[in-house]
Design a protein around this ligand. Structure first.
Ligand code: PTT
Ligand code: SF4
Length: 611
């Protein structure tokens, strides 16, 4: 078998035992890697209903066949577990040296299970695995921890770590790596913390086995150069992802004031041009020639790396329009290891609830200093931070008084920085995203607002959401590579089939990938249903406030417009029909069987009646 190493490293923290297991070509071809391996392992090995923060949850670190090879943007790693925030499948994709080092150490997957009695970190070097005391770094922020580990193991060591947020099990804690990389929005950092695991450090010394090493070296190197040249020509990485902020403000899709508003007169203070003018450094992932980690000095003079989501959620959504202050909030999220999107959503929800008088507190939109204090209290779970550590869904359940109506989440995961009160297709993308409201799988908004009628709920939108889910939530998450060369520079998808075939020696077309993507989607959905056997289509609804006419913009191009329930339902019907799911959003028997999930179908039938 080429392309895959065929090894899974299983690490049991309770027993301090490790084991190398192998998988065969059939498994490899069926699930490919990354998210594919993660969902299959979690489905097979987790008993439904387990406590995501208990010893039975498993942290999966998974790579795909092109991860780490010398080709454009292959320095990414999938981290996954049952999410403590949503109770469903959760994952994230993080830029890190772990990718290359783990492949060189000889593993496609690392499974971390059990709970260590005391805080530890794991050091892996090829076949050697050590459990080491984390006493010196437990309680420290992720920057200090990374520095401590780099000093010991060198700058090229693959490191995944958590901050105090993960240690204290804040439900939206992320895993951190490198200067500004963070992954695992649905609380994968909290899962790591619940295992008393501060960090995983990995180094490898072997060759990554590929079918065509010379071809990969030549083409990969040429393509890295070409991608860099296209980036320079287009100038994309000058502003990086923040280039989209001005557009979101124009089309009325910017998150402002807990998404009550869709634009702001001061929005351009947070635009991409402004960010570019403040740039002091650029960071990024390994194997990347279009590095997008634009870094500024925050209010306290520290390096802070900003992306659009961070700026939208910690800036405009909180009505904070001073870049260095947004930088400070972002820095704190990184250091504590909190997800910026959820943290921004939680703070905005808290300010909104106070503003509406349903809860007492002294936090207001626009108050950057208080927001900093609240982030620290959240990470340490002190005072009101205890409430904020739960995420908006649970906060609303505790607060009550109708606050669930404006808790901006789907399935418990806070909505990322696209305000869809009148963007039906993107609302569907959030509704059907397999980890809760994230834009990763189907960023359909640009297509929708530039190439379709905004007020249409027609099948063309459902079709495009599925196409994007196949590409972004499928292909890029199972071959494991950053999607930005394709999204931002138009680098064609055929390149990925080429890299895949050169690493594996197979002869696959993109159509072969879509079959795998659909299989993974069906299994991720089955995982959710097994956890929530009373599943119904309401699980795929965006927040009710987006349907509320009293929440419509008062002026501007979408004045008076909001989503409509009946029409959203018809869009959902189109989506379900195209996916082969029934009216509840449950995959039909035929769909499961024809996508190669016969055994999984038998299991699922024990939890819910299948059509
Ligand atoms: C990603 C999510 C995003 S999506 C952003 S900004 W984006 C937020 N970034 C955070 C951060 O930073 N610090 C922090 N403490 N929390 C953060 N939470 C948010 O996490 C990221 C890039 C980006 S920047 C995007 S879109 C693309 N995402 C990819 C993806 O999902 N898959 C893939 N194959 N390629 C991708 N390329 C791009 O990677 P999650 P990263 Mg990420 C400061 O983690 O959980 O997937 O959520 O990993 O290495 O930081 O790269 O406008
Ligand atoms: Fe990482 Fe950005 Fe490069 Fe993608 S484009 S590999 S996210 S630095």
């Amino acid at each position: 078998m080429k392309g895959w190493i065929g090894n899974i490293l299983r690490i049991n923290l309770t027993e301090r035992k490790t084991k190398i297991e192998s998988f065969d070509e059939e498994f490899a071809k069926k699930w490919i890697g990354g998210r594919g391996f993660a969902i299959k392992i979690l489905w097979d090995e987790l008993k439904p209903g387990i406590d995501p923060l208990g010893p039975d949850n498993k942290l999966i670190v998974a790579l795909g066949p092109i991860a780490g090879i010398p080709a454009p943007n292959t320095g990414k790693t999938v981290v996954a577990a049952k999410s403590p925030l949503t109770g469903g499948y959760g994952d994230g994709n993080i830029g890190t040296w772990v990718t290359e080092q783990m492949r060189k150490a000889g593993y496609d997957v690392v499974i971390i299970e059990g709970v260590s009695e005391k805080p530890v970190y794991i050091y892996i070097e090829d076949d050697k695995v050590q459990f080491l005391s984390a006493e010196e770094i437990w309680g420290k922020g992720s920057y200090e921890t990374l520095e401590w580990l780099y000093k010991k193991y060198g700058k090229r060591a693959g490191i995944l770590t958590i901050g105090q947020g993960g240690e204290n099990r804040v439900l939206y804690s992320v895993i951190r790596s490198l200067e500004g990389r963070a992954g695992g929005r649905p609380g994968i950092g909290a899962v790591m913390g619940s295992k008393n695991l501060k960090a995983m450090v990995i180094k490898g010394s072997r060759e990554i086995p590929v079918a065509d090493p010379e071809g990969i070296k030549k083409i990969g190197r040429e393509d890295l150069k070409k991608v860099g040249e296209i980036d320079k020509k287009t100038g994309w990485s000058i502003q990086g992802t923040t280039g989209v902020l001005a557009w979101c403000n124009d089309v009325r899709a910017l998150p402002v004031r807990n998404m009550r508003k869709t634009s702001h007169s001061e929005a351009l203070k947070l635009g991409g041009e402004r960010l570019a003018s403040l740039k002091v450094a650029v960071y990024g992932c390994p194997n990347c020639t279009m590095k997008c980690g634009i870094t500024i000095l925050d209010k306290e003079g520290r390096h802070s790396e900003l992306d659009y989501e961070n700026v939208g959620m910690l800036g405009s959504n909180l009505e904070i329009f001073e870049y260095p202050q947004v930088g400070s909030l972002n820095y704190l999220c990184d250091d504590f290891g909190l997800d910026t999107i959820s943290a921004g959503g939680v703070l905005a929800f808290y300010a909104d609830a106070i503003d509406r008088g349903v809860i007492n507190g002294n936090f207001k939109f626009g108050d950057a200093e208080k927001a900093k204090e609240l982030l620290a209290k959240t990470a340490l779970r002190r005072e009101e931070g205890e409430l904020l550590s739960l995420g908006t869904k649970r906060m609303a359940e505790k607060i009550g008084k109708g606050s669930e109506g404006y808790a901006m989440h789907v399935k418990g995961l806070e909505i990322s920085a696209y305000n869809c009160k009148f963007v039906p297709g993107m609302a569907l993308a959030y509704g059907t995203s397999p980890i809760g409201a994230h834009h990763k799988d189907a960023w359909v908004i640009m297509f929708e607002l530039t190439q379709t009628q905004r007020d249409s709920y027609g099948p063309e939108k459902a079709k495009r959401v599925i196409e994007l889910q196949r590409i972004r939530g499928g292909l890029f998450e199972f071959v494991v590579s950053c999607r930005f060369p394709w999204v931002e520079l138009g680098w064609e998808l055929d390149h990925y089939a080429d890299y895949f075939n050169r690493t594996t020696g197979l002869n696959w077309t993109l159509d072969d990938f879509w079959k795998v993507a659909d299989r993974i989607y069906n299994l991720m959905r089955a995982f959710w249903i097994r956890e929530y056997p009373d599943w119904n289509r309401k699980m795929d609804y965006p927040p009710v406030v987006w349907f509320d006419p009293s929440n419509a913009d008062q002026e501007g191009p979408i004045a008076g417009k909001v989503l409509e329930y009946e029409k959203y339902d018809s869009l959902l019907d189109h989506y379900y029909e195209m996916r082969g799911w029934d009216k509840r959003g449950v995959p039909k028997k035929d769909t499961l069987i024809s996508s190669g999930l016969k055994e999984e179908c038998v299991v699922l039938e024990k939890f819910i009646e299948l059509e």
